[in-house]
Write a protein that binds this ligand. Structure first.
Ligand SMILES: Cc1ncc(COP(=O)(O)O)c(C=O)c1O
Length: 392
C-alpha cells in the first residue's frame, strides 16, 4: 500500500494494488513447473473467462504489455492486403491502426472528433462499403476517456457484415467496463494486467473466440511473428488449464501470481459488483469535475468511461502547471496525450482497488486536484475542496 514517502498512483494505469497483490508479486523464485504456479496459472486462465463473459473463449496470458495484444491480433488474424476498419477515438485507436498496417492490413480509419465516438449508422455504412476482415474498437480510448459502444458495434457487425471479426481493445476497460464477450459476439479482447485487472504491468492478456482461432487455422500464409503466434501458445494455455506445465517461452511467474491474487478479489466481489463500484466512483469524479466548473473531454456523460476521466483545463492553465502541484499533494495524475491538445487537459485513473475498496484514494485525489487547481488560480467551490485523507 502507499506510504507517506510515496504518492498515490492515480494515472490511467498502472494503478494502485492491494496488499495481497503486492505480496504475491514478491514471492521467492519459483519454477514455472512448480505445482503451486501451475495451479495459479490455471486459475488465471479460468478466471479471465468470467471477467470478459465467455464460456469457450480462449485466454492467452503472455509476458508483455498491452501492446503485445495488438501484435497478437494483427499477426494471427490478418493476412497481407486484407481490409481492417479501425474505429479511432484517439491516440490508442491510431496506434492500433498503425500496428495492423505493420502486419500488412489495408486500414480504413473511422475517426471521431475529440471527446466523441462514431455514430453506429456511420459504422454500418462503412461496413457495407467494403468487405472487412476485422473491425477494431477501443472500448475506452485512454487519451480521451471516451467509452465506445461495443455492444452497439457488435450488433451493427452482425446485421451488416457478420463475417467481420470484432477486435476490442479493452486495455483501459476490461474489469471496469461491462463486456459480454459471448452474448455480444466479440472475437478478440485485448487487455493488460496493470489497469482494472489490478496487478503490476507485465502481462498481455488476450481472449480469442473459437471463430478467431479457426481463422488462424484457415490462413493461407504463415503467421508473420514467432513469439506472438497463437499456434505456439495454445497448447501452453491448454496444458496449464489442465494443471500441467508446458514450455514455449518462460511465463512471468510472479506477475501471474499477482494477477491471480487480484482476480480472486474481483471474482469474490462478483463482476456486477465490480462494475457497479466503477460506475459509482466515476460518477463521483464527474460530480467533482462539475463542481470545479470544468468539463470532461468526453463530450457527454453517456460517453464517459467508468475507468478514467480526462478533464479539460481552463485556458489559463496547462497540464504541466497542474501536475507538479498535484504531486506535491501526494497524487500522481497524467497529462494529456491527444495530438494537438496534450497540454490542455489532464487525466485521472479510477480503476481497480481505487474504485472497489473503501480506501479514500479517489476522495484524496479529488481534494488534491481541487487544491492544485486553486493554486493555479482557478477558483473551486468549497464542496470540491474538502475530503478525508486516504487510508494508507
Ligand atoms: C487503450 C489502450 N490500448 C493499448 C495500450 C497499450 O498498452 P501497454 O502500454 O500496456 O503496452 C494502452 C496503454 O495505456 C491503452 O490505454
Amino acid at each position: 500500500m502507499p506510504t507517506k514517502e510515496r504518492a498515490l498512483c492515480m494515472i490511467p494505469g498502472p494503478v494502485e494494488m492491494s496488499a495481497a497483490v503486492l505480496a504475491a508479486n514478491s514471492t521467492p523464485a519459483t519454477a514455472h513447473t512448480d505445482p503451486v504456479f501451475v495451479e495459479a496459472f490455471g486459475q488465471v486462465i479460468e478466471g479471465l473467462r468470467t471477467v470478459v463473459g465467455t464460456k469457450d473463449g480462449q485466454p492467452f496470458v503472455i509476458a508483455g504489455s498491452g501492446t503485445l495484444g495488438w501484435d497478437q491480433a494483427a499477426a494471427n488474424l490478418i493476412e497481407e492486403g486484407e481490409h481492417v476498419l479501425v474505429l479511432s477515438n484517439g491516440y490508442f485507436g491510431e496506434g492500433l491502426a498503425d500496428c495492423m498496417e505493420t502486419y500488412g492490413a489495408q486500414v480504413t480509419r473511422l475517426r471521431a472528433a475529440p471527446g466523441h465516438r462514431q455514430a453506429l449508422a456511420e459504422v454500418a455504412q462503412a461496413l457495407r462499403a467494403k468487405a472487412y476482415k476485422a473491425i477494431t474498437v477501443s472500448q475506452v480510448d485512454t487519451s480521451t476517456g471516451v467509452l465506445a459502444d461495443v455492444e452497439g458495434v457488435c450488433e451493427v457487425v452482425r446485421d451488416h457484415s457478420p463475417a467481420t471479426l470484432v477486435v476490442v481493445d479493452g486495455v483501459c476497460a476490461t474489469a471496469a467496463e461491462r463486456l459480454c464477450f459471448d452474448a455480444w459476439g466479440v472475437d478478440v479482447v485485448i487487455t493488460a494486467s496493470q489497469k482494472a485487472l489490478g496487478s503490476p504491468p507485465g502481462i498481455s492478456v488476450v481472449v480469442a473466440s473459437q471463430r478467431a482461432l479457426q481463422t488462424v487455422e484457415a490462413r493461407k500464409t504463415r503467421v508473420p511473428a514467432y513469439y506472438a503466434n497463437w499456434t505456439r501458445w495454445l497448447p501452453i494455455m491448454q496444458a496449464y488449464e489442465a494443471r500441467a506445465p508446458k514450455y514455449f517461452a518462460t511465463p512471468c511467474v510472479q506477475a501471474i501470481f499477482a494477477l491471480n491474487a487480484s482476480l480472486r478479489d474481483i471474482l469474490d466481489d462478483g463482476m456486477e459488483a465490480v462494475f457497479a463500484a466503477h460506475e459509482r466512483t466515476a460518477a463521483k469524479v464527474r460530480a467533482a469535475v462539475d463542481s470545479w466548473g470544468l468539463k470532461t473531454v468526453a463530450a457527454e456523460p453517456a460517453l464517459c468511461s467508468n475507468a478514467m476521466t480526462a478533464v479539460w483545463l481552463p485556458e489559463s492553465i496547462q497540464a504541466a502547471d497542474l501536475l507538479p502541484k498535484l504531486k506535491a499533494r501526494g497524487v500522481v495524475a497524467a497529462g494529456g496525450i491527444l495530438a494537438g491538445h496534450a497540454h490542455r487537459y489532464f487525466r485521472l485513473g479510477h480503476m481497480g482497488v481505487s474504485a472497489t475498496r473503501d480506501n479514500g484514494f479517489v476522495d484524496a485525489t479529488l481534494a488534491a486536484a481541487a487544491a492544485a487547481l486553486e493554486e493555479c488560480g482557478h477558483p473551486v467551490a468549497q464542496s470540491g475542496r474538502s475530503s478525508p485523507p486516504p487510508r494508507l
